[in-house]
Design a protein around this ligand. Structure first.
Ligand code: 4FN
Length: 247
């Protein structure tokens, strides 16, 4: 997969992309992220990328021309076939399902905003999709772009060392994770649950699934909406909700 990122601060993203799993995935040619500095596509002496808002008020707005020039120059004819994703708080919320779907595409373009906002014509006539990573104020779209790239990259076959890892993840993606433990078996007097030391793989799998379900019920009951459950799992959750209401 090839990803073109359009940003005013490419240097803020480079280190993260080059590190660890994403760096290895790029070295292996599984994903190729190219950072483009929007300022390189300005044409005035001062290399201006922002201007005052029409209608007045505070803050600055990202100008459309450098962005349109950058995206058209880099994508060329490919522009018709490549999703141009604007990272914006007004976009649809990024989910595992969206990341999984984007991972099947050969090429993506990502636009990161700065200042207080981006000229609306970028959203209307350049972007083909708008995605948000959540409801909080940020100073730019660079961290959201990195979040999206990370979530998408790990869905690409071969990016995670272990071939089963992505599959296990997507099976689990509808639920919160069960508790994880590693050695030592006792740490400062706190013991690892006995079942995990039992070597009984069926019992361990049952325990983990149960922990996942109970934890999801307790902390993110909204996530259980789309989850397929067995009759046993349904009654486990029904019992747990009753116990919670009637202490
Ligand atoms: N943010 C909110 C309301 C009003 C403004 C913002 C905000 C960066 C260019 C956008 C933020 C959050 C998640 C991109 C936020 C995201 C951004 C994102 C983002 C500078 C303009 C801005 C109601 C959400 C709190 C600044 C709410 N996912 N404006 O943060 O780019 O992708």
């Amino acid at each position: 997969m090839h990803v073109d990122v359009f940003t005013l601060i490419p240097e803020s993203m480079q280190a993260y992309l080059d590190a660890s799993i994403l760096g290895k995935a790029q070295e292996a040619g599984l994903i190729n992220v190219e950072l483009h500095n929007i300022r390189d596509y300005t044409k005035d002496k001062h290399r201006t990328t922002d201007d005052v808002p029409y209608g007045g008020g505070g803050g600055m707005v990202m100008k459309p021309e450098p962005l349109f020039d950058a995206v058209h120059t880099v994508l060329g004819e490919a522009i018709a076939a490549v999703p141009v994703i604007l990272l914006t708080p007004q976009g649809r919320l990024l989910t595992h399902a969206i990341a999984h779907q984007l991972a099947s595409l050969p090429r993506l373009a990502l636009i990161c905003g700065r200042y207080e906002g981006i000229d609306e014509r970028v959203r209307q006539h350049l972007a083909t999709d708008e995605i948000s990573i959540g409801d909080y104020v940020l100073t730019g779209g660079e961290l959201p772009a990195l979040v999206l790239i990370d979530a998408v990259a790990r869905q690409i076959n071969g990016v995670l060392g272990d071939a089963g890892a992505t599959e296990r993840d997507s099976h689990a993606a509808g639920l919160l994770e069960h508790p994880h433990y590693t050695r030592p078996a006792t740490f400062q007097g706190w013991k690892v649950p006995e079942v995990l030391l039992s070597g009984d793989h069926a019992r361990i799998a049952r325990w983990r699934r149960e922990q996942s379900l109970l934890r999801t019920l307790q902390r993110r009951p909204d996530m259980l909406q789309g989850t397929e459950l067995t009759d046993d799992e349904r009654s486990l959750l029904a019992d747990a909700s009753r116990e919670d209401r009637e202490p």
